[in-house]
Ligand binder design. Structure first.
Ligand code: HEM
Length: 415
């Protein structure tokens, strides 16, 4: 019996979909690779699911990042706008702006947030990783999201920015409020964002008088053709580094450990390679985990500023376009054995960190944290096992991010 695409399209954005969106994405890639749908918020948007179309759309300058582009059109035609615009007014935000403003701000932040600064941070990331594992190693059980994947990135980025140790637990609380919001529970997120921003603005003000070696001092110092970031821009930049670098890294560690627990053959290969003191499989492995079950399911909003065609489909001006990184990274036209986790995969130009001018500026830090976290857990807790049935695990149901709410594990206690 043959089905028309309309009768067989799997449901999108349900709880089942959140647990395993990949069959639905395979269907979209095959039958409706550039597909207009209504999102849970009521916004109508195009989903782009094939690798070649996704890569092209991510680099297309006719797609703006500024929500005002869409909202002006939406309001004229009585459609639902993008809520992020309110927040965009609060801050000058790399993910919400286009060239030339984007070019200027990105150049300035790149001068302070260099791969070298990140590489020098490695011993500190290792120390944080060990300290967190110490806190539960004797117990023989843990929730690796709450006790490990969640705190590690927040303490790491606070340290890098130069947030004093005594204030870092406040950030942990604010980040917790933000991540719960992404899981669909509303409430404290507005308060958390406000407190974080007020705190950062004050910290920047204080640091300006007493510059140090930290990233915030680097942001204040950075200059480009004699231009500096204003205090407000530096606060917004520190905030976006935290905001963009926090839940993503939680998910890299959480999704990554979960994928390894579900693929024992691959996990053993990695443990053997780590025991031999090698780093090659760890490095390709983290890239493969980003491809296989990456933290960012959909790239952030883009809006057509001119009529354009994606994969042969015309997208009208003002329409939002969501590039589905998770679908593109499992496109069999680009990745052989797309549903297989292959830690040694050599040809792996995944889109997990995006592509084009908005390519993730935190990729070196994310790689460092992901590699240290996975290697240390697998080495120190070698018999780690999942302590729940996979069907019982809950996934956070936000639109952009993909990650577990909890990851209960057990292991032989380490004294
Ligand atoms: C941009 C992924 C970690 C800071 C992006 C984008 C993706 C991404 C896909 C592009 C979004 C788009 O084009 O719509 C990830 C993943 C991470 C991670 C998967 C962890 C595994 C980090 C970290 C930081 C960071 C640790 C900073 C501390 C940023 C910033 C942007 C960005 C500031 C905006 C860049 C721009 O617009 O020019 N990230 N990210 N990210 N990321 Fe990351």
């Amino acid at each position: 019996m043959s089905h028309t695409p309309e009768t067989t399209r799997p449901e999108l954005f349900t709880w089942e979909f959140a647990a395993d969106p990949y069959p639905a994405y395979a269907w979209l890639r095959e039958h409706a690779p550039v597909h207009r749908t209504t999102l849970p918020s009521g916004v109508e948007a195009w989903l782009v699911t094939r690798y070649a179309d996704a890569r092209q759309a991510l680099a297309d300058s006719r797609l703006s990042k500024n929500p005002a582009q869409h909202n002006a059109h939406a309001h004229r035609s009585g459609r639902v706008g993008i809520p992020g615009e309110r927040q965009a007014n609060l801050m000058t935000h790399l993910l919400n702006i286009d060239p030339p403003d984007h070019t200027r701000l990105r150049r300035l932040v790149s001068k302070a947030f260099t791969p070298r600064r990140v590489a020098e941070f490695e011993p500190r990331v290792q120390q944080l990783t060990d300290r967190l594992i110490d806190s539960f190693a004797e117990r023989g059980s843990a929730d690796l999201i709450h006790e490990f994947a969640f705190p590690l990135p927040i303490y790491a980025i606070c340290d890098l920015l130069g947030v004093p140790a005594e204030d870092q637990d406040d950030f942990r609380d604010w980040a917790g409020m933000m991540i719960r919001h992404h899981g669909g529970q509303r409430g404290g997120v507005g308060r958390a964002v406000k407190r974080m921003r007020t705190y950062l603005a004050e910290l920047i003000h204080r640091k300006r008088a007493d510059l140090g070696d930290d990233l915030i001092s680097g942001l204040i110092r950075a200059s480009d053709h004699g231009e500096h970031l204003t205090e407000n821009e530096a606060a917004a930049m520190a905030f976006i580094l935290l905001f963009a670098g926090f839940e993503t890294t939680v998910n890299l560690i959480g999704n990554g450990l979960y994928a390894l627990l579900r693929n024992p053959g691959q996990r053993s290969l990695l443990q053997e390679s780590l025991a031999r003191g090698e780093s090659g499989l760890l490095e390709t492995g983290v890239e493969e985990l980003l491809r296989y079950d990456g933290p960012v399911e959909l790239a952030t909003w883009r809006f057509a500023t001119q009529p354009l065609s994606i994969g042969g489909v015309d997208v009208p001006v003002g329409d939002p376009v969501l590039v589905v990184l998770a679908a593109a990274d499992r496109d069999p036209a680009r990745f052989a054995g797309e549903n297989t986790l292959d830690l040694a995969r050599a040809d792996n130009p995944h889109l997990g960190f995006g592509h084009g001018i908005h390519y993730c500026i935190g990729a070196p830090l994310a790689r460092l944290e992901g590699q240290r976290a996975l290697a240390t857990v697998l080495t120190r807790l070698p018999d780690l096992r999942l302590a729940a049935d996979p069907s019982e695990l809950r996934w956070r149901g936000g639109l952009i991010m993909r990650g577990l709410r909890e990851l209960p594990v057990s292991f032989t206690p380490v004294h």
